[in-house]
Design a protein around this ligand. Structure first.
Ligand SMILES: O=C(O)[C@@H](O)C(=O)CO
Ligand code: MG
Length: 258
């Protein structure tokens, strides 16, 4: 049975962020993920996890200046010092939070810039992170984002991510397989999952096209979950969806997995 993690950035959004931990635990989740922890001291977040018996399973490196269109710095040429500062910061948080996996965000590539130069920079920064995280047993994930969510992001297809993972060639660097983006860009999810076997260490889910609960839309998630079980997938499945309404009211799909 998949180990579902509540994504506290998208779920329980009707509550202030720090109250979402309790709400997730009450709803039956044992695991949580969210995009960024940096607004709060790591110890405060760890205390919330411990208070409600939760385990943090994923968060991201900082996004940079979102108001300027940034969405990760790790692939931007000549900004390696900032990217590595963010990677070091993520490691400090992961150690306090006891988090096994960190998503290293790549970057948006402005029109006219060389994608190859961005890829090269990303590979070097991910190798830096790999070396830093390795002694602590922490994995790294890289994620493709569909253009309707993040136009011009460096990684669009799952195969863009796979290319970087294989280029980086380190045993703690994996694909973050978000089926919402994968369906939007690549489709053919069963074959895709087979193709990526052994290469992904974290999964995220949402319905397509509306990014809601995984009980509607064009993806048959029950089939996918059974397939992941058959494959022996041991990682987590992040529920990174925008609830149709109130979060708990939409958790009918989760009843049988509690
Ligand atoms: O799918 C997403 O948008 C997220 O998993 C993320 O990490 C930020 O882009
Ligand atoms: Mg995602």
């Amino acid at each position: 049975m998949p180990k579902f993690a509540a994504n506290l950035t998208m779920m329980f959004n009707e509550l202030p962020f720090l109250d979402r931990f309790e709400a997730a635990a009450k709803a039956g989740f044992k695991y949580v993920e969210y995009l960024w922890p940096y607004e709060f001291p790591a110890a405060e977040l760890k205390a919330k996890l411990d208070q409600f018996g939760l385990k943090q399973v994923l968060f991201n490196t900082a996004a940079g200046d979102i108001s300027q269109g940034e969405w990760g710095l790790s692939a931007i040429p000549n900004r390696e010092a900032e990217a590595r500062r963010d990677i070091d910061q993520a490691l400090e948080y992961a150690l306090v939070l006891g988090c096994p996996t960190v998503h290293i965000m790549a970057a948006v590539v402005p029109e006219g810039e060389s994608r190859q130069a961005y890829k090269q920079t990303f590979v070097e920064n991910v190798r830096y992170a790999s070396e830093k995280f390795k002694p602590h047993g922490i994995n790294i994930c890289l994620e493709a984002l569909s253009p309707e969510v993040k136009p011009n992001y460096l990684l669009k297809s799952q195969f863009d991510t796979l290319e970087i993972v294989e280029w980086v060639d380190r045993d703690n660097v994996f694909v973050q397989l978000d089926y919402f983006h994968a369906q939007n860009v690549d489709g053919n999810l069963s074959r895709l999952t087979d193709r990526l076997r052994g290469k992904f260490c974290h999964i995220q889910i949402a319905s397509v096209p509306n990014r809601h609960e995984p009980d509607e839309g064009e993806i048959n998630y029950q089939y996918i979950f059974d397939k992941l079980d058959e494959m022996g997938y041991q990682g987590y499945v992040g529920c990174e969806y925008k609830p149709r309404g109130e979060t708990v009211a939409g958790l009918g799909w989760f009843e049988k997995y509690k």
